[in-house]
Design a protein around this ligand. Sequence first.
Ligand code: SDX
Length: 394
Amino acid sequence: QTGMFTYDPGFTSTASCESQITYIDGDAGVLLYRGYPIEQLAENGDFLETCYLLLYGELPTAAQKADFDYRVTRHTMVHEQMSRFFHGFRRDAHPMAVMVASVGALSAFYHDSTDISDPQQRMIASIRMIAKMPTLAAMAYKYNIGQPFVYPQNDLDYASNFLRMCFSVPCEEYKANPILSRAIDRIFILHADHEQNASTSTVRLAGSSGANPFACVAAGIACLWGPAHGGANEAALKMLGEIGSVDRIPEFIKRAKDKNDPFRLMGFGHRVYKNYDPRAKIMQRTCHEVLGELGIKDDPLLDIAVELERIALQDEYFIERKLYPNIDFYSGITLRALGFPTSMFTVLFALARAVGWIGQWKEMIEDPGQRIGRPRQLYTGAAQRDYVPIARRK
Ligand code: SDX
């Protein structure tokens, strides 16, 4: 209930918005979705239960969950013209470029969920966003590797449906692996929302102008793509590959501390967490589960990641600055083991975060006091001066 958490005046005066969806205590390493700890949601529920919670504010009853699952499942298909849209891209287009474009293009296909003044249309837009992100993400992957699109199969659960759309091929029988489906479903839960991060703030700012929800989420995807944000999972795996072996870790730790070296430990540090990112712990455990299920005994990159974390957490540079692994540190190793190329890592982050974006967009639109966003600036430019004709300029 509101008022549960008292903010210190300093924080309130700099808060950009009020929200009842997600609470982070960066110093304590706490993350709550509508008051429920991320550890308990990831352990006990599935991603669609988290979606329901984020959208409606309460955990669903069994009947509500069954109805919500059915409503989402009924919208997993995308308009057939969308597949023509994809064929305008080069095959080697980065899947995030395809996602920015195709999610924005949804507003050209689904006019019955773009009138933001209609509560019914706002909810159907939210359901469509959750339902169609896996289909578009799988299409972006299939297009990138030159394989035919695979339609959703709605007798599968959300995560299994997604993995099948990515990895099944017409010439072979695809069997979903429940352990791997559970793992990707849990990864979606971990990425679902995270308060006012850069991409969510982008969605809110875009939505404050009255833009349709699909266009707002496309703006969020564009922001998430950056390596300082959602692109860090791709960058972290590349970094582990660049380090290459455990004995080269000290060299990279040294570089990360050198102010003249732009190198940063990707997957480390956070604007808010000055303690261990609770999602990183669950991600590390999921990583070990996936590698175990796939019979991968020792993944050299995981060995490097675990040793890098151990060394960094004992180094006073990182201790002083309260730099800990964040959600992106172990996700890349896990997603690669599941069969995804690095170019798909941030797409999966966007797939999961779409519910957080649309939930925060909906909360803002439904706030009666909501006005167009207009960040203020501190002007540090030239004082007023008169125009100088070009002939007299030196
Ligand atoms: C996500 O906001 C969210 O919630 C985002 C996210 C979400 O769910 O939406 O959690 C997802 O984006 C996680 C973050 C993923 N990004 C990375 O892993 C990229 C690597 N991390 C850094 O780029 C950095 O930590 C940031 C961008 C995440 C935060 O940058 P800040 O705000 O500058 O970090 P800071 O203020 O805490 O830095 C304090 C000091 C600085 O050094 P000094 O000037 O004090 O000497 O720590 C240094 C920084 O240079 N530092 C690092 C570092 N991160 C910060 N030094 C080496 N390696 C790093 N990773």
